[in-house]
Design a protein. Structure first.
Length: 285
């Protein structure tokens, strides 16, 4: 368990039961997350205290027993809503894993987006807690996988919506924004500027930022940081040194890399890598 600068701040990461999923368990009293997003779904359960965060232009509060439901690329921050801080667990789930939980032939037809970022958990909260607890149980890999997939599908069926905030990708505006997204994904290691992105989209700089945020839910700089963090995680797990990761993923230096990484995940890159390696070795054994 890795502590931050405050003794009551800690976070622990490990691979989840389903390949590609990451589990985070954490408690924070002083640490505040900067505004950020994840390319994955972020599905969590508050266990203690009060967590507050801004999302979709509204301040939300998550209490014990509440589920936290963020869609991919949905910008949010996070901090304590009470003096004692807050404790929670979170599953970061790639979009293809969520899509794989659907089974129309078995009657499991899921929406692809959550309606709101905080809901009262009830029975689903208990199922989520059971799935998380099963991840560390020796000899229970199959059970943990099944519980994880079941609760992911159940939460989306119960709290999802069929509509989407994105524009029609076939529309001219959608095609322009997709070109900008593709540029960010291909050139994340570069110091990208708004003028370049506006030129790709054929829009003014101010219009580009508004249009991109409308299409993807976050402004370009937050989307770019999410891409850089994901690429950094992949590179670290592949054995690339932290110094090389910082340079290769477009961060100005290791300090910049650590600051942006911790702002999004609550731990430094070195702490995250150490936890993932130890947990991965334990699960394989």
């Amino acid at each position: 368990m890795q502590h931050g600068s405050h003794p009551n701040d800690w976070a622990r990461f490990q691979p989840g039961a389903v390949e590609g999923v990451t589990l985070m368990k954490a408690h924070f009293q002083q640490h505040a997350f900067e505004r950020h997003s994840h390319e994955t779904y972020s599905i969590g359960l508050t266990h203690a205290g009060v967590q507050t965060f801004n999302c979709c232009g509204t301040l939300h509060a998550s209490l014990p027993g509440d589920l936290i439901l963020f869609n991919p690329d949905q910008a949010h921050d996070g901090k304590r809503g009470a003096p004692e801080g807050f404790g929670y667990s979170m599953l970061y789930v790639p979009e293809d894993v969520v899509a794989g939980c659907a089974d129309p032939e078995a009657g499991i037809v899921m929406p692809r987006h959550f309606r709101q970022p905080v809901v009262r958990g009830g029975a689903l909260a208990r199922q989520f807690a059971q799935a998380v607890a099963a991840i560390n149980q020796p000899g229970e890999t199959l059970r943990a996988e099944e519980l994880t997939r079941h609760v992911l599908a159940a939460i989306l069926v119960r709290h999802g919506e069929t509509g989407t905030r994105h524009l029609d990708p076939r529309a001219a505006g959608g095609l322009r924004m997709n070109k900008v997204r593709d540029h960010l994904q291909a050139h994340y290691a570069q110091d990208v500027d708004v003028l370049t992105l506006a030129g790709i989209a054929g829009l003014s700089r101010a219009h580009l930022t508004r249009a991109f945020a409308q299409h993807f839910g976050v402004p370009p700089h937050i989307y770019l940081n999410a891409v850089r963090v994901r690429k950094a995680q992949e590179a670290m797990l592949a054995g690339t040194s932290l110094a090389d990761v910082a340079v290769d993923c477009g961060f100005a230096d290791q300090s910049h890399f650590s600051r942006r990484f911790k702002g999004a995940l609550g731990v430094t890159p070195a702490q995250w890598l150490r936890q993932m390696r130890v947990a991965g070795t334990t699960l394989r054994n």
